[in-house]
Design a protein around this ligand. Structure first.
Ligand code: SF4
Length: 243
């Protein structure tokens, strides 16, 4: 079956879960709920959420649910423990900005209710002004050559430059110290301030994540960048969904 089409009236959702911790980036460790949207415009070889877009290996009928923005908000609200105030909602994917017209309605509702809104994106699609107004922080993860995507699909300098003007953490997934040269080129070309650059080791086990981090840590320090681990991988190494 083909995947559902994007619509301004509904969201194509993979999973809604929490409470948990944001596992990556400047808000790592913060109390959060996750809305993972389906569909992606890239196809990274090491993607750890292929069930959101890889229809050669996953069945969209099984993996995706069509929900109105109000239904998604109700699903998050049901997860909030009694007596606990709204915290952070992280919208992840897939590529959430494919669905930004319907996403706007959800983000506005949740922000009104007191949640801080964080959106994770690969930085290939420009966010609309409407959406920007309601988003507390952006987690932009430009994909490098090792992702396996063609450069003209994965790298959009003008979009990345626009994100430098917002509250953005640029999170680069690296697998090898040589990846840092490629990151440096993007940082220079897109004029990304060093305090906004976060290096994250690739890995789906605590051991591989730590090994990749240790291989680059000193170099990251010398370049004036930040380093983030993947807390959810360390805390729940055997759980790949819902954490
Ligand atoms: S952009 Fe993200 S969701 Fe899409 S294929 Fe790459 S890692 Fe997976």
């Amino acid at each position: 079956m083909p995947p559902p089409k994007v619509s301004p009236d509904h969201l194509v959702v993979s999973e809604v879960f929490g409470p948990t911790f944001q596992g990556e980036g400047p808000h790592a460790g913060q109390h959060a709920y996750f809305v993972r949207l389906g569909l992606c415009n890239l196809a990274c070889t090491w993607c750890d959420t292929k069930w959101t877009w890889d229809w050669d290996n996953y069945d969209p009928d099984q993996e995706l649910t069509i929900m109105t923005p109000a239904d998604v908000f109700a699903a998050v609200w049901d997860l909030v423990p009694i007596g606990v105030p709204p915290s952070r909602i992280v919208i992840s994917g897939g590529e959430p900005l494919i669905q930004q017209r319907a996403l706007y309605s959800f983000v506005q509702t949740a922000a009104h209710a007191g949640f801080r809104m964080e959106i994770e994106t690969a930085g290939t699609l420009q966010p609309s002004g409407d959406l920007i107004d309601w988003v507390d922080s952006w987690n932009v993860s430009p994909k490098l050559d090792h992702s396996g995507n063609a450069k003209n699909k994965r790298y959009k300098p003008s979009v990345l430059y626009e994100f430098t003007q917002l509250r953005t953490a640029f999170k680069f997934v690296v697998t090898h110290p040589s990846d840092l040269h490629e990151v440096e080129g993007i940082v220079e070309e897109c004029d990304i301030p060093r305090y906004q650059v976060w290096i994250m080791p690739e890995g789906v086990t605590p051991e591989s994540t730590l090994a990749h981090a240790q291989a680059v840590a000193n170099d990251v320090l010398q370049r004036g960048w930040n380093l983030t681990m993947r807390q959810h991988v360390q805390l729940w190494p055997d759980i790949h969904r819902g954490r």
